[in-house]
Design a protein around this ligand. Structure first.
Ligand SMILES: [Zn+2]
Length: 374
């Protein structure tokens, strides 16, 4: 059960272990703000965090790689106007109306939307961006603090642009930079002056946007749907037991159910358990001994009458496996390679040339009642 006002409004949060600041420490006496720096400064009570920061950024860093812990702009970034006094926060407002205020007894009063009181003045901008420093390898956040109106504008724009890429900011690799910009500030005599300032800027890490767009373009391509066909009843060799190749059995064993998909490249290593006897040779790229028909186990003697097919020999392996799907009725090239391994038992697959493999596949499909007959 939540405690009203205490645990019922919390969203999921990582522990916050420090604040990344843009300026120097407040001068002694606590009045005024510290001098603006051109780099990021870590402000933390946690000695291990400070040590890690010093190791990661021994020089004065102007660029940090960050990710964001939450999905939306609002969850990651907040901007308020706040009045701070010696005893703490005096009030927080949106520039016009307060959302909270410390009363005369020192108690913090929260205002709901309907009964907000006007801002009494004396407040200044406080922007807070919650970030994860992935290089720190800690599941914790640090807060990037700013009191610049220009930072609030920049960060809001940058975050909205990043959010548009895939409607979530979570986990995107981002570069947080300090960039020198010329800004216009009031001079006090009704005129404005241009002044240089090291502002904050967010940008997706190089390559990320291109990769994301490429992925989306790929996702948008029309899919090739082959007509669904019954799973071939080829037998496969599975830990020295023989069993029917049954989609339900495969599903029960957590294996991929056969689907009408063409894999261009069969991945033999995908079924390490089944190919354990051939995997070492394949992995080590050891040239297997030449195929000798007599090497076949007796019960597969019928395969010794292997037909040769020079056409198959010239095919790329990816075309070979696709042809096995297309011409022989396998519904996945991986299933074709499994059927092949099942058919030859302990005989190393690598010792068979394309023609021999083709003949074995054709035979096993023929036996399964599938294949070229229409
Ligand atoms: Zn205010």
């Amino acid at each position: 059960m939540p405690i009203v006002g205490l645990t019922d409004q919390q969203r999921s949060r990582y522990p916050e272990v420090g604040v990344i600041r843009k300026g120097e420490k407040r001068p002694e006496g606590g009045k005024g703000i510290g001098k603006d720096l051109s780099y990021f400064r870590m402000d933390t009570q946690d000695a291990s965090v400070q040590k890690l920061w010093n190791e990661l950024y021994p020089k004065e860093p102007r660029e940090l790689i960050i990710t964001l812990p939450h999905r939306t702009v609002e969850e990651n970034f907040s901007a308020w106007k706040e009045e701070w006094i010696a005893s703490g926060l005096a009030h927080r407002c949106d520039g016009q109306f307060m959302v909270q205020q410390r009363d005369k007894k020192g108690e913090m009063v929260m205002f709901s939307d309907g009964d907000r009181k006007p801002c009494p003045g004396g407040c200044s901008i406080a922007g807070r961006l919650s970030v994860i420093l992935p290089q720190m390898r800690r599941l914790s956040t640090v807060m990037v603090a700013t009191s610049s109106k220009w930072d609030i504008i920049n960060l809001t724009e940058n975050l909205n642009a990043l959010y548009d890429i895939k409607q979530s900011l979570m986990g995107i690799p981002i570069i947080l930079r300090r960039v020198l910009k010329s800004i216009s500030t009031p001079r006090g005599n009704g005129k404005r002056a241009r002044q240089k300032s090291w502002l904050l800027q967010l940008e997706a890490a190089p390559g990320y946007v291109a990769a994301e767009l490429e992925y989306r373009a790929h996702e948008a391509l029309p899919r090739v749907h082959l007509p669904a066909i019954a799973a071939p009843k080829a037998r496969i060799h599975d830990d020295h037991t023989w069993r029917e190749w049954d989609p339900e059995v495969m599903a029960a064993n957590g294996e991929d159910a056969p689907g009408p998909v063409i894999d261009a490249e069969p991945v033999l290593a995908e079924t390490p358990r089944r190919v354990a006897h051939t995997a070492p040779a394949e992995a080590a790229a050891v040239e297997a001994p030449p195929f000798v028909a007599d090497d076949f186990p007796e019960h597969l003697a019928y395969l010794t009458g292997v037909e040769t097919n020079q056409e198959r020999e010239d095919m790329e392996w990816s075309d070979f496996w696709q042809a096995a799907v297309k011409d022989l009725g396998f519904n996945h090239s991986r299933h074709a390679s499994n059927a092949l391994k099942g058919a030859i038992g302990d005989h190393p697959v690598t010792s068979l040339n394309k023609s021999q493999r083709w003949a074995i596949l054709a035979r096993s499909q023929e036996q399964a009642g599938l294949g070229e007959e229409e």
